[in-house]
Design a protein around this ligand. Sequence first.
Ligand code: ZN
Length: 206
Amino acid sequence: MKAACTGCGKPLAFDENRFGDREAVKVRCPSCQTVVTLSRPAHEEKPPPTPAPRPPDPAPKAAAPASGAGAPMADSAKGPPTMKVKRDAIAIDEEIVEEIPPLPRDRRVSLAILTGNGAGKVLSCARSRVVLGRAGSDIPVEDDEVSRRHAMLEIHDDRYILKDLGSTNGTFVDERRITEMEIHDRGEFRVGSTQFMLIVTPIEDA
Ligand SMILES: [Zn+2]
């Protein structure tokens, strides 16, 4: 996949296979050192992308300089530093600086289906990032109005963040379409015709 660095705007290339089971990784831009979060791209109703020709491997990196200033790169001197300049993406290889955090050990986080297909079901979140969507998602939703990868719940330490993943029909909290919103225990949200409630259950020490 390709993404632009949020710091310097340079294109970054990241091998999607490196996501593994993760929904997102953080990488450090080799050019400006900004940490950029790359989310697994949604493959909504699209055929698999044809593999792009792999750019030749960059010269093996010497140990990074200790100074945080970032040594000037020879390439970056070419051309005016406009954001729109077409140039080869910088390949990101061993730059993962943070992976998905583990689930909290002291509580279980579940999503109860209140209305819609599967009403009454309680689905527990097996990871700290779960995708709600069609069959095959972490939280499968049998609902024609739900996109393949519709929304994601992120479990941070004690905060629960619901994000819409660019779904067709939207993700709603209190009938307001949201792109990202914190959800509290017993908070409700809706995707398609399916209403969910977040349920946080403390796990007693054994
Ligand atoms: Zn950058």
